[in-house]
Design a protein around this ligand. Structure first.
Ligand SMILES: [Zn+2]
Length: 467
């Protein structure tokens, strides 16, 4: 299968060029001002071709709770999330479809789903998400969310003597589930990868991290975890390790060029040096960090230190959407208030590079993805520049990143396969998905959350808030 996108705009060093781009099979095979058409011809006029972005951190099943959790910090927000986590495979399936569709229609050809597992149906949960992503055709990095400590262990103790119950499954049993999933579903050549992905130091033992490192090395898997998202987690790290969580993860061997770390809000300058030295990637989730009051990640410091940074939407219950272009915009302009020297600010072209090549680098696929080059995989987005939200004509990338583009993805391909055509998802019936989501949910507000109520007194005390 071959196709040729004719007379499309692509960014070049200075400005833009109008070119023909040829794709054969999964690969970009030629780029030139004029090419002999090969296979299907696609009119690229008045459209911008960019590499697909990576939604580098999300949790698909949170879709069922978007808009519902009040503005509270992460530690209380997650307690409520636990109370209402969907525990059936059909909902897992539908929210994975929804996450894939929203990501694709806002610039993303890849998604990293830090996937919440249904207890007792862990393998089936992973199978269900993989099935959904394959149906939509998005490139999927399924990162099963695993832990071996209970939620109450995630709060700092502060000398108050917190009580934490044991986790219901052993560390080894959890690792066995991941290994079984790797054997069944990890097929990078078909666009599906499994990651080793402990939820974070706040709910994981050293043994779980070491087990993940071992699996990652044995099967060549990428690694993913939350890292120092909140001040409470930084306090907990001091209690748990007597030092920074970053230094501890480095000693456990978890940090390398295949590791991506969601959030990274509360890092010190010494921590930043470790990320640079280990070639770890930071996934910046600005909307979620604002929504949960977590803080502003020092992204300009990361960039100055040479740390690779990319963007994620984070789960839909802390965002509360999966609009990747919005996450990229907010994740970029937020930093203009963190440094008076505007020469350090993130330009729209830099945002595009971070969202595409930066995302690919975090998944160790920078040789195959993240730019429009001959020999690279055809994971491509074609944006309609004649949409009202991108008019009048100024700088296409400036409009796309700094503006509020609305339904501007006209066509998209993953591994050379068309997944969006004329603004419509090709793999599934989205009208049917909307009907299913509507039918399987209920309007809800101000729900009581027993878990949140249980954790709130300790949280307020340890964070020095009036009780
Ligand atoms: Zn997350």
């Amino acid at each position: 299968m071959s196709f040729t996108i004719q007379q499309v705009m692509i960014p070049v060093d200075r400005g833009y060029a109008t070119v023909d781009v040829q794709i054969t099979g999964q690969t970009i095979t030629a780029i030139a001002p004029h090419l002999e058409p090969l296979g299907t011809v696609i009119n690229g006029q008045d459209q911008l071709l960019l590499p697909g972005f990576v939604n580098a951190h999300t949790h698909s099943s949170e879709m069922w709770q978007r808009g519902s959790i009040p503005p509270v910090p992460l530690e209380l927000w997650i307690a409520e999330l636990y109370d209402f986590t969907p525990l059936d495979l059909e909902r897992v399936y539908l929210s994975a479809l929804g996450t894939a569709v929203e990501t694709l229609l806002t610039g993303g050809t890849s998604v990293v789903d830090h996937l919440t597992l249904i207890p007792g149906q862990e393998f089936e949960t992973i199978a269900t998400a993989v099935k959904a992503y394959q149906e939509v055709g998005i490139r999927a990095f399924v990162a099963p969310l695993i832990q071996d400590e209970s939620l109450s262990a995630s709060l700092p103790d502060g000398g108050l003597g917190k009580q934490s119950e044991a986790y219901f499954r052993s560390t080894q049993a959890t690792l066995d589930i991941i290994e079984a999933a790797v054997k069944e579903f990890h097929h990078p050549e078909t666009g599906v990868q499994i990651l080793t992905s402990p939820t974070g130091m706040q709910m994981c033992s050293d043994d779980l991290f070491k087990g993940c490192v071992e699996l990652s090395d044995r099967y060549g898997l990428c690694r993913h975890t939350h890292l120092l998202e909140t001040k409470a987690q930084a306090m907990l790290a001091q209690e748990k390790y007597g030092r920074s969580a970053v230094a501890h993860l480095q000693d456990l061997g978890f940090l390398n060029e295949r590791t991506s770390l969601a959030h990274c809000v509360w890092l010190t300058d010494a921590d930043i040096e470790i990320l640079a030295a280990t070639k770890s990637t930071v996934v910046h989730n600005a909307l979620s960090n604002l929504r949960l009051g977590s803080g502003i990640a020092p992204v300009l410091k990361y960039l100055a230190a040479g740390v690779n940074v990319t963007f994620g939407c984070d789960g839909s219950a802390s965002n509360d959407s999966q609009d990747l272009l919005e996450a990229v915009k907010m994740g970029s302009i937020l930093h203009c208030v963190t440094d008076v020297d505007y020469k350090h600010w993130i330009t729209p072209r830099k945002s595009v590079e971070m969202a595409s090549l930066g995302g690919a680098t975090g998944l160790n696929l920078q040789d195959q993805l993240g730019s429009i080059e001959v020999g690279k995989q055809a994971d491509l987005m074609l944006y309609n520049l004649s949409d009202l939200s991108l008019l009048p004509k100024t700088d296409p990338i400036g409009l796309l990143i700094l503006g509020r583009p609305n339904q501007v993805v006209n066509q998209a391909w993953v591994q050379g396969k068309q997944v969006v055509a004329d603004g419509q998802i090709t793999g599934i019936d989205v009208d049917n998905l909307k009907k299913e989501l509507f039918a399987k949910s209920e309007w809800a507000s101000d729900r009581p959350s027993p878990m949140r109520e249980k954790m709130e007194p300790h949280y307020r005390q340890v964070m020095n808030l009036p009780v």
